[in-house]
Design a protein around this ligand. Structure first.
Ligand code: 13P
Length: 248
């Protein structure tokens, strides 16, 4: 089973229209490889601009959140229909910053995932343990629990990409080692195989996220269960192109 290499850029709550313009121009001029799926995720106000100005056919747009219901009296929320209306095809759900800072529960994330998929958005589903959980040897317990909440509600995983993002590696400059990441990824895939079947699990891309940059990206090459990256800080910099080309 060949899984298309996937590089996501999560801008988080960073940037400005000028910044997004320079990133999109960089991607347009970047001679991107045709066999790498790239998804960038600017903040909501810039989704439409980014979509309208991207010329690279391999680049799609993701929102950084969506709600678990359709249009209605939900002040401050953004609907799946609205995200699709401006040309986005993906949404990032379950990011640790939303789990920890916004107190989103496994259950809520699963509801949002189901709603997004049922209504035609593809989902980058983030999972991962905190430093404290890692030190207590709970990495897989946490990842499996976060996956199981979604497994309970979603049976077709063909439009889900899983991003394993250990919280201790996010924004710290301390990426997981390629061996450690591969070990967790293979166990995540084994867990998925047990729960959603081997065939589906073989097809699910599992990205690594946490301090990936233009220098360390190639060190993950050759790890069979690492199908790409979800990049934060470095996706705002020219080195994002190096990450996109790191598998070449
Ligand atoms: P950094 O690449 O900045 O560590 O962030 C990773 C991340 O959270 C992507 O979603």
């Amino acid at each position: 089973m060949t899984r298309t290499f996937f590089v996501g850029g999560n801008f988080k709550m960073n940037g400005s229209l000028d910044k997004v313009k320079s990133i999109v121009e960089g991607l347009n001029a970047g001679s991107l490889p045709s066999d790498v799926e790239v998804v960038i995720s600017p903040p909501f106000p810039y989704l439409k601009w980014a979509k309208d100005h991207l010329t690279a056919s391999t680049v799609e747009i993701a929102a950084q959140n969506s709600f678990d219901r359709g249009d209605g009296a939900f002040t401050g929320e953004v609907s799946v229909a609205q995200i699709k209306d401006v040309g986005s095809t993906w949404v990032i759900l379950g990011h640790s910053e939303r789990r920890t800072i916004l107190k989103e529960s496994d259950e809520f994330i699963a509801d949002k995932t189901k709603y997004a998929l049922d209504n035609g958005l593809k989902v980058i589903l983030c999972i991962g343990e905190t430093l404290e959980e890692r030190q207590k040897d709970e990495t897989l317990t946490v990842c499996n629990r976060q996956l199981d909440a979604v497994i309970a509600k979603v049976s077709d995983w063909s439009d889900i990409v899983v991003a394993y993002e250990p919280v201790w590696a996010i924004g710290t400059g301390l990426a997981a080692t390629p061996d450690d990441a591969q070990d967790v990824h293979s166990k995540i895939r084994a867990h998925l195989a047990e729960k959603i079947g081997e065939k589906q699990a073989e097809g699910v891309r599992i990205l690594y996220g946490g301090s990936v940059n233009g220098k360390n990206a190639t060190t993950f090459n050759g790890k069979p269960d690492i199908d790409g990256y979800l990049v934060g800080g470095a996706s705002l910099k020219p080195e994002f192109l190096d990450i996109i080309k790191s598998r070449a």
